[in-house]
Design a protein around this ligand. Structure first.
Ligand SMILES: [Zn+2]
Length: 229
């Protein structure tokens, strides 16, 4: 009912996650101007993203949706879903991303979506796993089912922020386990995370999955940070 949403907009005005402008009744989370200007990763840059995993883990394909640069106003989108208790923003953003990516054939042949798990401690603290919501958005756009809880994070490792490249890769070794390998056997899995930086955590999870079942893995993240580490 339009009058209810109009009334709610007056009582609880909604603002764009990126520029802070008031949203119209037709807009959700992000205004049309910011949506249009999202720093999308061009198709030709996907090779750079796949290159991150070369020599580390055998993957079918990998991509991210937008660049995540320090100081970019677009980072607010990811902060909102990750730290500000609004993971539904991740679901909706992933839906838009998947709809746009679908035409390129990125999801062709993928059987199942696996969200990168958080440790129990971190999930309890945050109240949710943002990767579950991102996976749900992709699933809504593509019809590919999500398999939550098939992979577990058994070790809650400390932050990667102040570690060098070698330390980052070492810090995440063996932190995952597969709870239901038979669900993944012979499948093409899309492993989903919020931000791709060095790729160490995603590669560690992909390695654990591949060791437990004979499967193919592709990777999707919402944000991508180019790193020199
Ligand atoms: Zn905006």
């Amino acid at each position: 009912m339009k009058w209810i949403s109009d009334l709610l907009d007056i009582i609880f005005p909604r603002h764009c996650c990126v520029c802070g402008e008031l949203l119209s009744a037709q807009e959700t989370d992000i205004c049309l101007n910011c949506l249009y200007a999202l720093p999308r990763i061009e198709a030709e840059s996907r090779k750079d993203i796949e290159h991150i995993f070369w020599g580390k883990i055998d993957i079918e394909r990998a991509t991210s949706y937008i660049y995540y640069h320090k100081g970019s106003p677009y980072n607010n989108l990811i902060h909102t879903l990750k730290y500000h208790g609004r993971p539904i923003v991740g679901e909706r953003l992933a839906y838009i991303a998947a709809k746009e990516l679908q035409e390129s054939g990125f999801f062709d042949g993928i059987d199942i979506i696996v969200p990168l798990p958080l440790s129990r401690k971190k999930k309890r603290k945050r109240g949710y796993n943002q990767c579950d919501y991102i996976s749900d958005g992709i699933s809504r756009a593509t019809g590919i089912p999500v398999a939550k809880n098939t992979v577990k994070r058994t070790i809650s490792n400390e932050t990667q922020t102040h570690k060098n490249r070698d330390e980052r890769w070492k810090n995440v070794e063996g932190i995952f386990s597969v709870a239901a390998p038979s669900c993944l056997e012979g499948r093409h899995i899309l492993l989903v995370d919020d931000i791709l930086t060095t790729g160490a955590t995603l590669a560690s999870c992909a390695k654990t999955i591949k060791e437990s079942s004979n499967c193919t893995i592709s990777i999707f993240t919402i944000g991508y940070t180019k790193t020199t580490i």
